[in-house]
Design a protein around this ligand. Structure first.
Ligand SMILES: CC(C)(COP(=O)(O)OP(=O)(O)OC[C@H]1O[C@@H](n2cnc3c(N)ncnc32)[C@H](O)[C@@H]1OP(=O)(O)O)[C@@H](O)C(=O)NCCC(=O)NCCS
Length: 195
């Protein structure tokens, strides 16, 4: 497999919708704390009785075709991953965008807004290559930190961010009124040094 990574014009980001972001939820992660809260969070997998498919793009108003309607994308980054010319994954980095609260109004912080790999290409290191490219993009744009949001129902993504040495900073059990069973997890990675 010869993987090619490259930055694409942000105006083409809607093409990422061709890659399903959906994943099967068979286990969820219970969040606990260690050492009386002094030792950070621990995520413990728990199988669920009725597995289901979660598709963020199916939520009205969400997904790559919608972002340009809600945000000024002019400072965003879009990294494509291709194998033999076929788009197999992508990463989108949000940066310097006024109405994104996660950016905290900072210019030294970027948010990994989306990262996805085709279902048939997952588990082969493509997501990792995209993550490293997103880090490099943020670093090149003067950022010291990369933030990313996920949920406790997305075990692959949580394990993926742990693998990439992201630190779980914030846990919010009441963030999604439409999905009360989901816990919002905010991760952060210091990218001020070489990764
Ligand atoms: C999350 C995602 C991008 C990871 O991409 P990927 O190419 O499959 O990941 P990689 O092959 O680079 O995996 C790197 C490491 O992440 C962890 N990881 C990845 N998938 C995992 C899984 N299903 N279960 C447990 N750990 C996993 C492992 O530590 C893995 O290292 P290993 O292969 O040595 O075990 C991919 O699963 C995906 O597209 N998911 C759907 C979209 C999504 O949920 N995006 C994130 C939204 S917040």
């Amino acid at each position: 497999m010869k993987l090619e990574l490259g930055e694409a014009p942000i105006g083409k980001v809607a093409s990422l919708a061709r890659i399903p972001i959906a994943f099967r939820v068979e286990q969820v992660l219970d969040v606990t704390r260690t050492e009386n809260g002094q030792g950070g969070f621990v995520l413990i997998a728990r199988p669920i009785p009725t597995p289901y498919l979660k598709d963020y793009d199916a939520i009205p108003g969400e997904g790559p075709t919608q972002w340009a309607r809600h945000f000024d994308l002019s400072h965003w980054g879009f990294i494509e991953a291709r194998v033999a010319g076929r788009l197999v994954g992508g990463a989108v980095i949000a940066f310097r965008t006024a109405n994104i609260i996660m950016l905290e109004g900072r210019e030294d912080l970027a948010v990994l807004w989306d990262i996805r790999v085709s279902p048939d290409s997952r588990g082969r290191g493509i997501g990792s290559a995209l993550f490293r490219a997103a880090e490099a993009w943020a670093l090149a744009n003067g950022c010291r930190q990369l933030k990313v949001e996920t949920q406790n129902i997305n075990l692959p993504a949580c394990r993926f961010y742990e693998h990439h040495r992201c630190a779980l900073k914030t846990v919010n059990r009441f963030a999604y009124p439409g999905f009360p069973e989901e816990i919002r997890l905010l991760w952060s990675k210091d990218i001020s040094s070489a990764h």
